[in-house]
Each structure stands twice: as structure tokens, then as C-alpha cells.
Design a binder for this molecule. Structure first.
Ligand SMILES: Cc1cc2nc3c(=O)[nH]c(=O)nc-3n(C[C@H](O)[C@H](O)[C@H](O)COP(=O)(O)OP(=O)(O)OC[C@H]3O[C@@H](n4cnc5c(N)ncnc54)[C@H](O)[C@@H]3O)c2cc1C
Length: 85
């Protein structure tokens, strides 16, 4: 078991990668929280929806590489980035 770790709200942060080889991060794990209100439920749902659609694409194309996952990061940034950075 590892030690507990904290993670700051994304206040003025630059965009960070939220996917890689065989994974996508959603919700709080992807720091998709509004830094001013602390609200993250809607963004967690929406990023989960986008991740599910992208997972379907991964299965269709049989591609789970970090480079193929970049499209997920880009869509999340385009849709949710303005309220999370
Ligand atoms: C006090 C408080 C009040 C808040 N109020 C609001 C609000 O009014 N409105 C709003 O929009 N947002 C609010 N938020 C933020 C909101 O709760 C989060 O943004 C949202 O729950 C994120 O959803 P999530 O699915 O990413 O993460 P979570 O809801 O944290 O879900 C992650 C789940 O993964 C489980 N888990 C963790 N590690 C493992 C593991 N190793 N194996 C299996 N499971 C694991 C956890 O038990 C948890 O059930 C509040 C947060 C806090 C702390």
C-alpha cells in the first residue's frame, strides 16, 4: 500500500496529459474540477462519456496507444478546458 497523496486544484494550470498507453483518466483523476466553485460532478460524468466513446473507437481500430489516446485529451480540453484551467 502506498502513502496518501494530495493534488492541488487546477488553478491557472497548464493542460496536463490525461491519457497514455492503455489508459484514460476521467473526473477528479484528470483534475477536471472547476477551481473556483469546487464543482466536478458534471465534468466527471462528461469526461466519462467522452472516454467511453473513445474506448469504443480504440476497440474498433484496435489501437490503445498513447498517440491514439491523444484525441481523447484534445476533445476533453476543447469541451471542458475553459472551465477547468
Ligand atoms: C466536500 C466536497 C463537496 C463537493 N461538492 C460538490 C458539489 O456540490 N458539486 C459538484 O459538482 N462537485 C462537488 N464536489 C466535487 C465532486 O465530488 C467530484 O468532483 C466528483 O465526485 C468527481 O467524481 P469522480 O468520479 O472523478 O471521483 P470520485 O467521486 O471520487 O469517485 C472515485 C471512486 O473511485 C474509488 N476508488 C479510489 N481508489 C480506488 C481503487 N484503487 N480501486 C477501486 N476504486 C477506487 C473511490 O472510492 C470512489 O468511489 C465536492 C467534493 C467534496 C470533497
Amino acid at each position: 500500500m502506498s502513502a496518501f497523496q494530495g493534488y492541488g486544484l487546477p488553478l491557472g494550470s497548464k493542460a496536463r496529459p490525461i491519457s497514455g498507453d492503455h489508459f484514460m483518466l476521467v473526473g477528479d483523476a484528470a483534475h477536471l474540477i472547476d477551481p473556483l466553485t469546487g464543482e466536478g460532478i458534471g465534468n466527471a460524468f462528461y469526461s466519462g462519456f467522452i472516454a467511453a466513446e473513445h474506448a469504443a473507437e480504440c476497440l474498433k481500430e484496435r489501437d490503445f496507444s498513447a498517440s491514439f489516446m491523444k484525441a481523447y485529451d484534445q476533445r476533453v480540453q476543447r469541451v471542458l478546458g475553459s472551465e477547468c484551467n
